[in-house]
Ligand binder design. Structure first.
Ligand SMILES: Cc1cc2nc3c(=O)[nH]c(=O)nc-3n(C[C@H](O)[C@H](O)[C@H](O)COP(=O)(O)OP(=O)(O)OC[C@H]3O[C@@H](n4cnc5c(N)ncnc54)[C@H](O)[C@@H]3O)c2cc1C
Length: 476
């Protein structure tokens, strides 16, 4: 009997880890391109200034040892730490390391796992997979493999080309790896998006240009700045408590809101005051966060605790409640998830003050004419030579520009079906793929491409939790 894991980023690596831990009897085939093997795309080789968005002692590949990564860093003798961590000591004491260093840490885990005789690595891209009765045939360019179980962990969707610019040479559809971007000193650059990828672009480009850099989005809002993180334990908003309120299989949104308010009060979090901070004024918002690390950090920790449970709540909302949540509540969570490191905010504020950086709201359209991008907002037009799309991965297959045809082949065979809230259909909690003929035997999918069911699951901790749950269920 054979298991295939397709993709060896955080999700695929965690599936491997738990399969080994639970001592499965099957042989395990691991598929990935050599370039991404054991790290995935987020933690590939790139510029060392591109930092993780979590302090080093709070994020690792081990759920019960959040400081495992930092301990690994401390034990390395050959790492030039200066080049791989934030330069200044923050008020909060948070230390951030580069993403490529996290990739090296992941690789060290991989090297241990592949010592296991059951594991075989196939450094080849999977082109297609077909179902033959209750088994699967995985096809690469060179060979075919018959397997009994498949864990599909191919990462997030490609980005969307919102303004049909992908054919233009001066347009960069996806920012990474950023170290390959050769910045021309005297040319004007603009970035679509004001999220964490846009911030990465700003940090990379600003020291290399003498022209002001422009970041555009509809809201002109940046992520919050990380404060002092706290260890939050929920008293009311627990999964057990929330599921107790299920009615006919569904969790009512108003019950979750009620428990959220009760829990926030219990933790003395003043939601009303925090809602008054105008996050669409990025300078004021970043200054507020930097000056209130305790208050902001506590809220971020609270929201983090909630988002880490989201996959166990969201699938049980009715569609009406899902829409109401997205309309009325999601923005608060969005504002305080994935905060940026403190030094990064200081750099952005300095660049704004020195007129090297502008964050521009109300973006409406982009066209390309006479070798320049014309970016229009509700009241102005801006022109730049180069434009980088940092709007992040698409939520849906239909809008994504896929880097490969593998997912398209699965979709065309009815092995994957689009979910109305993003990604593809899988069963809640157990991630069994739902195909056009029902639940597929021993076929599981993990990661952002299941985001319509596993809401907000694309962070490291969430993906490891997902893998643990899925593998545990598989081995039951
Ligand atoms: C630039 C960037 C920075 C990020 N930073 C953070 C961060 O600091 N903290 C955090 O929590 N999250 C971060 N994230 C979110 C991140 O996506 C997840 O945390 C996580 O790394 C995703 O893991 P994954 O295994 O789902 O996908 P990936 O890491 O993308 O891994 C998927 C793997 O599947 C392989 N694959 C795809 N198709 C095929 C095929 N056909 N055949 C064979 N192999 C295939 C790919 O090569 C890849 O190695 C970041 C994301 C990005 C893009």
């Amino acid at each position: 009997m054979t298991i295939a894991i397709i993709g060896t980023g955080v999700a695929g690596m965690s599936v491997l880890k738990y399969l080994i831990k639970l001592k499965v009897k099957e042989d395990i085939l691991l598929f990935d391109d050599q370039k991404y093997l054991s790290k995935g795309r987020a933690f590939q080789y790139d510029h060392p200034d591109l930092l993780m968005n979590y302090p080093g002692n709070q994020l690792s590949m081990k759920l019960n040892k959040p400081d495992d990564f930092e301990k690994w860093v401390d034990a390395q003798s050959q790492i030039d730490e200066e080049k791989h961590q934030n330069e200044h000591e923050n008020k909060t004491g948070n230390v951030y390391y580069s993403r490529q260093l996290f990739g090296k840490y992941m690789q060290s885990h991989f090297e241990k796992y592949v010592q296991n005789k059951k594991v075989q690595v196939i450094t080849n891209h999977v082109r297609n997979m077909i179902q033959i009765d209750n088994r699967y045939e995985i096809q690469t360019q060179d060979e075919s493999y018959q397997v009994d179980t498949v864990f599909l962990a191919t990462g997030q969707f490609g980005t969307s080309d919102h303004y049909q610019l992908k054919e233009i040479e001066a347009f960069r559809l996806w920012p990474y790896p950023l170290h390959q971007l050769e910045v021309e000193h005297n040319k004007q650059y603009a970035v679509l998006g004001t999220g964490l990828s846009a911030v990465d672009c700003a940090r990379y480009i600003l020291p290399k240009t003498n022209q002001p850099l422009l970041l555009f989005s509809r809201k002109g809002q940046v992520q919050s700045v990380r404060g002092k993180m706290a260890n939050i334990q929920f008293k009311y908003l627990t999964i057990k408590n929330i599921h107790k309120h299920k009615e006919k299989g569904f969790i009512p949104l108003n019950k979750v809101v009620e428990l959220f308010i009760k829990e926030a009060k219990h933790h003395k979090i003043d939601i009303e005051t925090l809602l008054k901070i105008k996050r669409n004024d990025p300078v004021k918002a970043m200054q507020y966060d930097l000056n209130h690390p305790e208050t902001v950090g506590y809220l971020q920790s609270f929201i983090l605790k909630l988002t880490q449970q989201a996959s166990l709540i969201w699938p049980y909302f009715t569609n009406e409640d899902k829409d109401e949540y997205l309309q009325n509540y999601h923005q608060l969570l969005q504002n305080y998830t994935n905060p940026m490191p403190e030094d990064t905010a200081t750099e952005l504020l300095n660049a704004i003050q020195n007129k090297q950086l502008q964050i521009i709201p109300n973006m409406q359209d982009v066209t390309y004419l006479y070798n320049k991008f014309r970016i229009t907002t509700s009241n102005e037009e801006y022109r730049t030579h180069y434009l980088i799309n940092a709007t992040g991965p698409s939520k849906s297959f239909a809008q994504a520009i896929e880097p490969n045809d593998f997912i398209k082949h699965l979709f065309n065979q009815g092995l994957l079906i689009e979910h109305p809230y993003g990604g593809f259909y899988v069963t809640p909690e157990t991630n069994q793929v739902i195909t056009s003929s029902g639940i597929a035997p021993n076929f599981y999918m993990l990661g952002q491409k299941t985001g319509g069911v596993n809401f907000l699951n694309n962070g490291i901790v969430e993906l490891i939790q997902e893998a643990k749950r899925v593998v545990k269920n598989y081995t039951k």
